[in-house]
Design a binder for this molecule. Structure first.
Ligand SMILES: Nc1nc2c(ncn2[C@@H]2O[C@H](COP(=O)(O)OP(=O)(O)OP(=O)(O)O)[C@@H](O)[C@H]2O)c(=O)[nH]1
Ligand SMILES: [Mg+2]
Length: 249
């Protein structure tokens, strides 16, 4: 029997001022998924993240840095990355943070899930086997509560819609109109999950242990939490209005 060619994989690492950890993340990705290429997406980090990643790239090969002029948010960084990945013909596109919160040892499991037919494989903190050992209860409540709100309001099947460690099959991404994806923070992950499920694509959750960043500074802000909440509410209201309209006509 003829074997199908291996899937070409690209790992995206958006990084803003992550000089302290980006090299370690790149090296660990290469260790656990040696066949994958890497694209660091830098938004003009003043600390020299991009130069550092580029230097390591010259040494290891298969590593590119997409340099964008100014800090424009995580969603916008991923949208730019996805366009590059689709244009270059990658089959599997993986999102992961540059702060060592996402364990690169899980990468083969995410790729395997896509190879087995998933259109989206999510590294999930909220399925059996998943964990967030470092978080205090307040942070857990915000994350859990926000996720539950999105799940209920949008009728999602996944347990961790805000997770940022995930692998997409290119067909799933190419069915989504990236120009119309709006959210930039947590809302971006929810929006991509929502659009994926609306297309009736197959979503699988792979358990992960999420570690708190120990290096560098957080880029999380109250603004992106509010953005996510408002967008989820707007999508849910819009869906209900469409249902009512369809029922009447
Ligand atoms: N290119 C780019 N990357 C970003 C931007 N904002 C955040 N990032 C990166 O996105 C990833 C996630 O951001 P974090 O600050 O770790 O956000 P978080 O994981 O919600 O919060 P903590 O880990 O608790 O600090 C990290 O790799 C950041 O460097 C941005 O505007 N542009
Ligand atoms: Mg982080």
């Amino acid at each position: 029997m003829e074997q199908s060619p291996p899937l070409r994989t690209l790992v995206f690492i958006p990084a803003w001022n992550e000089e302290a950890s980006v090299d370690a993340v790149i090296a660990d990705v290469r260790t656990h998924l040696p066949e994958a290429d890497i694209l660091v997406i830098d938004d003009g980090s003043p600390d020299g993240t991009a130069d550092q990643a580029e230097k390591l790239g010259e040494l290891l090969g298969g590593i590119d840095v997409l340099r964008r002029a100014s800090k424009s948010g995580l969603g916008s960084a991923y949208r730019a990355g996805f366009r590059v990945g689709l244009a270059r013909g990658y089959d599997v596109m993986i999102e992961m943070d540059a702060d060592l919160s996402h364990d690169p040892a899980v990468l083969p499991d995410l790729v395997a899930a896509v190879e087995s037919g998933a259109d989206l494989a999510i590294g999930s903190r909220y399925v059996p086997g998943g964990a967030i050992p470092d978080w205090k209860w307040a942070r857990r409540m915000i994350s859990r509560g926000g996720g539950l709100y999105a799940r209920t309001m949008l009728g999602l099947s996944v347990h961790d819609a805000t997770a940022g460690f995930r692998a997409y099959h290119r067909d799933n991404l190419s069915r989504i109109d990236l120009d119309r994806v709006r959210a930039d923070g947590y809302g971006f992950q929810v929006e991509m999950t929502y659009l994926t499920e609306r297309n009736h694509a197959r979503v699988v959750e792979v358990p992960i242990t999420f570690r708190d960043r120990s290096l560098g500074r957080s880029k999380m802000s109250g603004r992106i939490v509010v953005e996510a909440f408002l967008l989820v509410t707007w999508w849910a209201v819009r869906d209900r209005a469409k249902q009512v309209f369809r029922a009447r006509h």
